[in-house]
Design a binder for this molecule. Structure first.
Ligand code: SF4
Ligand code: SF4
Length: 305
């Protein structure tokens, strides 16, 4: 097997989310979009990143002492990390016994991931589970995903991906060859607004979903994040469901994912500002209204993933 490499920021075992049964979730690092509501900011860049959890820090100051670049200092009794000086050498992580500092992002190869997956084969078999690639974005690593998923299929392990779908079809097609389930995001139907909110137009994405929906060997779940004031207008909701209803094909259901604030503290740990500070989560009533509107188009609509 060709030993192709990729960058992952986490591997979670025994998950009961993101696909049926018990699953191994593999979070790829790097994303071509920059959605302002992203709840996994640690997944956006392909380079490793240093995080700091102040609540775990016991102020032993070992990281200050060991840093060869003087990138950590104390200001107003708080530890401050200077990203411009930091060379990501990882020395501060090695000495942090409290695990307040972590390096996110490791280079892995196909063999390594296959070994991790194979450890849980029994759980997949007994629960109807499998492997899910998320992130970040699996579409950044077509050769890697293709090689790992082909190996999984040779061992009868089902594979799912969660994706924003932003890639050329030739790359997407390569990924799809050994995938059983695709969880595909639609974030906004207007190309201009999509670019403002997510960094790129949605044209490639919608074209890919159109082509994907014609594949009868793959199950598709469309996921729509509901972000108050940004993509939940009547017009956008109706354009979204009209588009999905026009495809049908292999689309099993639409999942509405209400905006949440779980990502907020992650921005802080990465030393970044949370772009949606103060935004309220959508009410149950609002989510139910959207669900009812969408159900009018004859599709199976679910709140939550
Ligand atoms: S080494 Fe870890 S626990 Fe000690 S001061 Fe640094 S971050 Fe805090
Ligand atoms: S990763 Fe290296 S350079 Fe960066 S803060 Fe830690 S010890 Fe210093």
């Amino acid at each position: 097997m060709k030993n192709i490499e990729a960058i992952v920021f986490d591997i979670q075992k025994f998950s009961v989310h993101d696909g049926p049964g018990i699953r191994t979730l593999i979070f790829m690092k790097g994303c071509p979009l920059t959605c302002i509501w992203c709840s996994n900011p640690e997944s956006q860049s392909t380079t490793p990143e240093l995080t700091y959890m102040g609540d775990k820090c016991i102020r032993c100051n070992k990281c200050l002492e060991v840093c060869p670049n003087h990138a950590i200092s104390v200001e107003e009794n708080r530890l401050v990390h200077n990203k411009d000086l930091c060379q990501l050498c990882g020395k501060c992580v090695e000495v942090c016994y409290a695990e307040a500092r972590k390096m996110l992002g490791m280079v892995v190869d196909v063999n390594y991931i296959i070994k991790e997956i194979e450890k849980d084969t029994l759980f997949y078999r007994n629960s109807g589970g499998g492997v899910t690639f998320g992130g970040g974005e699996p579409v950044l690593y077509p050769d890697f995903i293709s090689a790992v998923s082909a190996e999984c299929h040779s061992e009868d392990i089902p594979v799912a991906i969660e994706t924003c779908g932003f890639t050329f079809w030739r790359n997407f097609k390569k990924i799809l060859d050994n995938i059983d389930l695709v969880m595909f995001d639609i974030k906004h139907m207007d190309p201009k607004t999509h670019k403002e909110l997510c960094g790129h137009s949605n044209q490639l994405i919608l074209n890919n979903l159109k082509r994907l929906s014609q594949r009868n060997d793959i199950e598709v779940v469309v996921r729509v994040p509901i972000i108050p004031g940004l993509n939940d207008s009547k017009d956008n909701i109706s354009n979204t469901i009209k588009f999905v209803a026009s495809l049908r094909g292999n689309i099993k259901r639409v999942e509405l994912l209400p905006y949440h604030k779980f990502g907020e503290s992650k921005y802080e740990r990465l030393g970044r500002k949370y772009p949606l500070k103060g935004l309220k989560i959508p009410s149950d009533e609002h989510m139910q209204n959207i669900k009812r509107t969408m159900e009018g188009y004859g599709l199976n609509i679910q709140i939550g993933g």
